[in-house]
Write a protein that binds this ligand. Structure first.
Ligand SMILES: C[S@@+](CC[C@H](N)C(=O)[O-])C[C@H]1O[C@@H](n2cnc3c(N)ncnc32)[C@H](O)[C@@H]1O
Length: 201
């Protein structure tokens, strides 16, 4: 269902997002040493491509084949290598504890009773690595007019924060004005909620 929904949404636009990397990602990554990164719900690939161009070894997982096709084309145009995984985050069953950075920017993951998506985000982070989860602030109850998407079904940063135990140090947990990219379907969102947590070595 999720894949069909997202493919349908992407098929409505030739290009859905701005093509620029997300501002919160650029800010939060500035102090990190490039290593292995997982981009969760990479969409049309702007973050993955920017990370690869900045020395990261990038795996990008995305449920929509349409978005992933565009992302791969943009990466080829930019002459950067990204390991693309066409799957949902949970279904991808990525090797645990194997990414120095797990970046999920506005990821639209569905809640389940067993918190599978939240746990998949946390499990992917290597010892000493960072989880960076960014979402739109104040949007948890928003219903999209004329759409089957319902924000109340999504995983929000506070739900992941609630699972952090003493294996983790919270480095950032705040709402911040968003550096809004020019153009793209998300340009109307003004504030980000940012969770950045480091897994203890
Ligand atoms: C709001 S968009 C954000 C895209 C991108 N991160 C960005 O900032 O431009 C959410 C993305 O997550 C993808 N997605 C939704 N559920 C997913 C899942 N379970 N696993 C992987 N990707 C998923 C969607 O297809 C969509 O591309």
């Amino acid at each position: 269902m999720t894949e069909a929904q997202w493919d349908q949404r992407y098929s409505e636009f030739e290009q859905m997002w701005s093509g620029a990397p997300n501002g919160a990602l650029v800010v939060e990554v500035a102090g990190l040493t490039p290593g292995r990164v997982l981009d969760v719900g990479c969409g049309e690939g702007a973050d993955a491509i920017w990370l690869a161009a900045n020395g990261w070894s990038v795996t990008a997982v995305e449920v929509s084949g349409i978005a992933l096709g565009r992302a791969a084309q943009h990466a080829a145009d930019a002459n950067v290598a990204v390991h693309w995984v066409h799957a949902g985050l949970v279904e991808a069953a990525l090797p645990p504890a194997s990414f120095d950075l797990v970046s999920a920017q506005y990821p639209a993951l569905l809640q389940t009773p067993d918190a599978a998506a939240e746990r998949a985000l946390l499990d992917a982070v290597a010892l000493g690595g960072v989880l960076l989860l960014v979402h739109h602030a104040g949007m948890e109850d928003h219903r999209h007019e004329g759409s089957s998407f319902n924000n109340a079904e999504f995983v929000w940063p506070r739900m992941v924060a609630a699972l952090l135990d003493d294996e983790w140090v919270i480095e950032v947990d705040e709402v911040r004005p968003r550096a809004v990219p020019e153009g793209g379907a998300g340009a109307h969102h003004a504030d980000d909620v940012i969770l950045r947590a480091r897994r203890r070595p």
